[in-house]
Design a protein around this ligand. Structure first.
Ligand code: NAP
Length: 244
């Protein structure tokens, strides 16, 4: 195919599933991770089964110097960049009265600044080529209220807003920007939820089940296809009906 996709936070969970899915579609894959090199290397090894190239890149997406170095390395290794999936994110739930400053600042830095850092660097390169696709992974928490998620929902609301603005700015340069907002997806991120709460959450979902990382990856794959070539600035909610 000769096209390259960068997926941030692709060592585990949803990012890994997206990396594998886009590899299956024929993209060469840049696998970003923060701390988990072994898992990132495993993702890259699994990608090899699709006969495309995969390389791993360490960068804390909230740090612009690291992001710039990563994009430079990707350009050296692959040339152009066709797809960016902004996926690297964290959750650190706390009721409003319990939120502490370091946690707040870390969430804002990774979930908001990190997305903007990578989108800016990607757009710089895509604009030169006159084409590109940026997909921001949001959350259903951006559109429904979940107790304990004042910070997380604020960051994901910001992702939806930035998606619209980026889309408007970048459309004349041939770059489409959309967001996918998953509901509950069974990854490491959900491991801190106590078992009885898991049952309660599943009961509240009309489809009575959590989504899978592959469900999200399939939607990202579709958004990258020509079937969606006239869609930009939208947030696709993928939640088994939770937000209805
Ligand atoms: P996860 O299993 O906790 O994986 C998080 C990934 O992000 C890891 O690859 C991690 O890298 C990476 N990461 C974290 N901080 C980073 C940083 N500063 N720089 C670069 N990479 C970083 O999470 P997940 O469930 O797959 O979630 C992925 C995305 O989907 C997030 O944006 C999340 O908000 C969103 N989402 C998740 C759910 C859900 O229910 N799971 C629902 C809605 C939306 P290391 O392995 O190196 O630490």
């Amino acid at each position: 195919m000769g096209k390259t996709a960068l997926i941030t936070g692709a060592s585990r969970g949803i990012g890994k599933a997206i990396a594998l899915r886009l590899a299956k579609d024929g993209y060469d894959i840049a696998v970003n991770f923060n701390s988990n090199q072994e898992a990132a290397a495993k993702t890259a090894a699994q990608i090899a089964q699709y006969g495309v190239t995969a390389r791993i890149y360490q960068a804390d997406t909230s740090k612009m110097d690291e992001v710039k170095a990563m994009f430079k390395a990707i350009r050296n290794d692959f040339g152009g960049l066709d797809v960016l999936v902004n996926n690297a994110g964290i959750v650190d739930d706390a009721y409003l009265l319990m939120i502490n400053q370091p946690s707040l600042e870390k969430s804002l830095a990774i979930n908001i600044q990190g997305y903007i850092n990578c989108a800016q660097q990607a757009a710089l390169r895509m604009a030169g080529a006159g084409k590109g696709i940026i997909i921001n992974i949001s959350s259903v928490s951006s559109v429904i209220a979940v107790e304990g998620q004042t910070v997380y929902s604020a960051t994901k609301g910001a992702v939806n807003s930035m998606t619209a603005t980026m889309a408007k700015e970048l459309a004349p340069r041939g770059i489409r920007v959309n967001a996918v907002a998953p509901g509950f997806v069974g990854t490491d991120m959900l491991k801190s939820i106590p078992g009885d709460l898991v049952d309660k959450y599943i009961e509240s979902i009309p489809m009575k089940k959590f989504g899978t990382a592959e469900d999200v990856a399939n939607v990202v794959s579709s958004l990258c296809s020509d079937n969606f070539s006239y869609m930009t600035g939208q947030v696709l909610v993928l939640d088994g009906g939770l937000s209805l």
